[in-house]
Structures are given as C-alpha cells and as structure tokens.
Design a protein around this ligand. Structure first.
Ligand code: AHM
Ligand code: MG
Length: 339
C-alpha cells in the first residue's frame, strides 16, 4: 500500500549527524545528543513562528534584553525553548544567548565538553511582517578538566576564537524551514519536510560562487560609513568594467547570509560613525556565519582581520562584518589596505 513517502530522499539530519559522529574514533555520542536537542528546539520554534499570527504571538512582550532592545514575544519563547532543551539534554556545560545578559552555567550537565552560543530568533524586527527570521548557533569545545561554576567562569570558557568551533549553523524560518550546518568540512543544507517532521538533506556540499552579482547592506547608514565601505558600494553600482551589482537587503542576517551562500556576492554590516564596532555580535552571529562561509569556500572579515581569528573580549561583543564570495571579500580587504 502506498505510504505517500515514495521517492523521498531519506538522508535525515538525525542520520547525517550519527554518520558524522561514527566517523570520529573518539565519538561518545554526546555531540549527537546535543545536536538532537538543537534540532528539536528548531522544530519547536518553527511551529511557534508558523502559528504566531493565529496564536497572537506577534508584538512586544514588554521587557528589554541586555542590548536595551525590546523583546518580542517570539524572542522569549524561542530563547526558553533553546535553553530548556539544551540544558535538559545534559551535554551542554555553558550557554550564551543573545537574550541573556550573563553566560548560563548548566547545572544538569553530565559532561563538560561543550558550550553553545546562540541567537534564538535573529532578525526579530521582521517578525510582525512575516519576513524570514532564524536561529544562529555555534558549538565550542571546552577543556572538560576545568568545570565552570559561575557565569563569569562560563563566559571565560566560551570566549574562544571561531577557529575552535566544532559545529556551526542556522535555521531559517522562511517559506520553508531550512537548517544549514557545518562540522568543519563542507556545508550541508536540510529542509524540514512537514509531512514527516524531519529535516531532509536538500543542499549537500554547498559551495559559494567565487564572485557574485549581489551586494547586501543597509544603505540607510551610508552617511556614516568609512571610506573603504563607501568606495566598495560605489564600485558595485558604477563599475569601471562589467555590470553593476544588484542590491538585495532583507534585514535578517540568516536570510541575507543564506542567499549569499547560495547565489554568491557580499553581505556587510560595517562599523560606522554611529556604531564604531558595528551591530552584529561575534559569538552567536558573526563567528558561526563566518565558519559556514569559510567551509563553503568563501571568506569573512572585519576588513582588517578574519572574523574567525578574533579573540573575544566579552560575550556580547560586536564586530564589523563583511562576508561572502572570496573575490568580493578580497576587494573590500584591498580597499581597507589602501585607505
Ligand atoms: P537582532 O539580533 O536584534 O535581530 O539584530 C540583528 C539583525 C540581523 O539579522 C540583521 O542583519 C541586522 O540586524 C539588520 O539591522 P538593520 O535593521 O540595522 O539593517
Ligand atoms: Mg541577532
């Protein structure tokens, strides 16, 4: 009897993670359990995002987060879903969330090998307009011989360069729900099949094109940009040779980076005269996306240093961001070198 599932490629995210773990000689299964908790959290949040209009989850919750921004109801729901699932899985020792002032030390941890930084619902200014939003995460390996007991110790343990990331990725709640991730070698994209409730591999081995036809930036900030950014955008619009680039800017990092990975080009959130270190946060926005970019053959820089080489000085640190196709990033870096 037909099941309706005939012809579906069944490399699910769960099986993919198991296979990745089995390839490692020292694998204990802890990372598989952690990844499972992460996957479930993404499914919980996707369900809330899909039902937000009917369930009256749009709008403000009436509180503010550490960055002084209003928190949306969905921001809080997403943050709670990730924190509860990750803590309960017992494989996370320290968590840093965009929505929490301090690092969280997990009392239920049965092993102290992993820490995770996440932005539970990025791009939340877009929530009420039903524009794509997402979750960004980076898992870091800890020295499990020194267990963090206080938020300050937890913060110190997780403040590592992006080169130490074990797994990074994002979930995008758009017209479909995608989960894109990398264990370091290769970037793979999964799409949630709602009929079976599983993420299925749809974009294996994503490689970003060497150069792209799109630039992506909030041009409303142009009056405050430095010379290199101003020149780069001018060259994109009025090139001496070839065609002008197209501008695409959604204002949701996950959606802008997703498009950049698939189509190529450059996504930027520069520092400017009003925001001297930029807007995006290193640990849970810039570093995980930079990790994916490099694993897909692209580059990610502040203009002066590769994002993955930055040593964090605080858990909510902001950094300037330029990421995308290698030739486009080389062009902005050379403008910085000559300015
Ligand atoms: P958020 O973490 O408060 O949602 O802010 C981060 C978002 C990114 O998704 C996006 O790239 C950027 O802010 C857009 O900022 P702007 O509205 O200034 O262009
Ligand atoms: Mg964010």
């Amino acid at each position: 009897m037909p099941t309706g599932l005939e012809g579906i490629d069944s490399l699910t995210l769960s099986r993919f993670v198991l296979q990745m773990q089995q390839m490692s000689a020292e694998a204990t299964g802890d990372l598989t359990i952690l990844m499972n908790a992460l996957q479930i959290s993404c499914k919980v949040v996707e369900t809330c995002v899909r039902r937000a209009g009917i369930a009256k989850l749009y709008g403000l919750a009436g509180s503010g987060n550490v960055q002084g921004e209003d928190q949306k109801k969905l921001d809080i729901i997403a943050n709670d879903a990730f924190k509860e699932n990750l803590e309960d899985c017992g494989r996370v020792s320290v968590m840093v969330s965009e929505e929490d002032d301090e690092a969280i030390v997990c009392s239920k941890a049965t092993t102290h090998k992993y820490a995770i930084a996440f932005d539970p619902l990025d791009g939340s200014s877009n929530i009420d307009a039903n524009v794509s939003i997402g979750t960004i995460f980076a898992i870091y390996r800890l020295d499990d011989s020194s267990v963090s007991k206080t938020p300050a110790e937890g913060a110190k343990a997780i403040m590592q360069t992006g080169r130490n990331i074990v797994v990074a990725g994002y979930a995008m709640y758009g017209s479909a729900t995608n989960l894109v991730l990398s264990f370091g070698e290769g970037v793979h994209g999964f799409t949630l099949d709602p009929s079976i409730g599983e993420f299925v591999l749809t974009h294996p081995g994503i490689q970003i094109p060497k150069t792209g036809k799109i630039y992506s930036v909030n041009e409303g900030n142009a009056a405050n940009w430095d010379k290199a950014t101003t020149k780069y955008v001018e060259n994109s619009k009025y090139p001496e040779v070839g065609k002008a680039k197209s501008l695409r800017y959604i204002g949701s990092m996950v959606a802008d980076v997703h498009r950049t990975l698939l189509y190529g080009g450059i996504f930027m959130y520069p520092a400017d005269a009003k925001s001297p270190t930029g807007k995006l946060r290193l640990l849970y926005e810039a570093a995980p996306m930079a990790y994916l970019m490099e694993a897909a053959g692209g580059k990610a820089t502040t203009g002066e240093i590769d994002i993955l080489d930055i040593v964090p000085d605080s858990i909510h640190q902001r950094v300037p961001v330029y990421m995308g196709s290698s030739e486009d990033i080389d062009a902005i870096v050379s403008l910085y070198q000559s300015q």
